[in-house]
Write a protein that binds this ligand. Structure first.
Ligand code: CUA
Length: 324
């Protein structure tokens, strides 16, 4: 719900994170199971309501009377409606669920597409171990291929969930959980943290960008590159400010002396769709607001407010905008 409200104000992607509009094979299986369960539950509910109204309508009567079929057969009725039917229904649903669980956990090629996701309060570190780079709050995947997502946590328990693509899986400190994600068609899909993990749990979103293999590989190549040196005067001043100030203590920008690892890697920050893990769209206005007062947008997060003049803030934003 929070995500829906947030996303409507932040139209980065037109898709809603609706698990009932599946865009991948695992999500399709899960949505199918959801409809089956809704159907079975609805039928059981209506039958129980029907019996309740029947009992009210008939009222109290002599349990042994000759016209009272229900009274004479009460034991058989309780045994069948109270024990046998529920057992059959629950066992049937159990079998269907097992089938879905099996097909959802089907694995793909674990050498080819591997992404490591590490949950932090309150953002997602995203590593591409084979290509040896890291980014944040955004996963790019090739369309129509199963991608192995290895989930770890840096602090508390989080839960990785892309409703339109897969089921959810917890990120647990001290262990690695593996989830397979696949998208049927290109697009941007919202993901969210599905386990309460502190004050900004609701603003711990990410985007999965599914793209055709060719453009996916182009993206991989571009991400591996170091940041370019800014040429414009304002951006150069902003760069110095970033390196000399507190920013570089927490953030890494590959190709520069900034090598902090407490906050997201900003090497190609300007290309990301959101800032603050989905707290706002990544544009000039929001970026300036975010740096000046990170707690206005996301109270309690670990980025300290900066004491910059308007002039300094402008140069810093100008520099960050060059990080394509
Ligand atoms: Cu991380 Cu909730």
């Amino acid at each position: 719900m929070t995500a829906a409200v947030l996303l409507s104000g932040c139209a980065v992607t037109s898709e809603t994170p609706n698990a009932l509009i599946p865009k991948g094979p695992a999500a399709e299986e899960i949505a199918g199971l959801w409809w089956v369960m809704l159907g079975v539950g609805t039928i059981v509910y209506l039958v129980v309501l029907g019996l309740l109204f029947l009992a009210i309508w008939r009222g109290r009567r002599d349990p042994t009377g000759p016209e009272n079929w229900w009274g004479r057969n009460s034991r058989a009725f309780i045994l069948s409606a109270g024990v046998i039917f529920p057992v059959i229904i629950l066992f049937g649903v159990y079998i269907i669920t097992l089938g879905v669980l099996r097909s959802v956990s089907q694995s793909g090629d674990s050498q080819r597409n591997v992404i490591e996701v590490i949950g932090h309060q309150w953002w997602w570190e995203v590593n591409y171990p084979e290509q040896d780079f890291r980014t944040a709050n955004e996963l790019h995947i090739p369309v129509g291929e199963k991608v192995q997502v290895r989930l770890r946590s840096a602090d508390v328990i989080h839960s990785f969930w892309v409703p339109q693509l897969s089921g959810k899986l917890d990120l647990i400190p001290g262990r690695t959980n593996t989830l397979w994600v696949e998208a049927d068609s290109p697009g941007e899909y919202w993901g969210l943290c599905a386990e309460f993990c502190g004050t900004q749990h609701a603003k711990m979103l990410f985007v999965v960008v599914a793209q055709p293999r060719q453009s996916y590989e182009r993206w991989l190549t571009e991400q591996q590159e170091a940041a370019r040196e800014p040429t414009a005067e304002a951006a150069r001043l902003g760069r110095d400010l970033f390196m000399e100030g507190e920013c570089a203590d927490c953030h890494t920008i590959r190709g520069t002396e900034a090598a902090g690892d407490l906050g997201p890697d900003l090497t190609h920050f300007a290309r990301r769709l959101t800032l603050g893990a989905g707290a706002a769209p990544n544009n000039r206005g929001h970026l300036a607001g975010w740096i000046a007062d990170p707690h206005g947008l996301k109270p309690g997060n670990f980025m300290p407010a900066t004491k910059l003049t308007g002039e300094e803030l402008n140069t810093l934003v100008a520099y960050l905008e060059t990080l394509e």
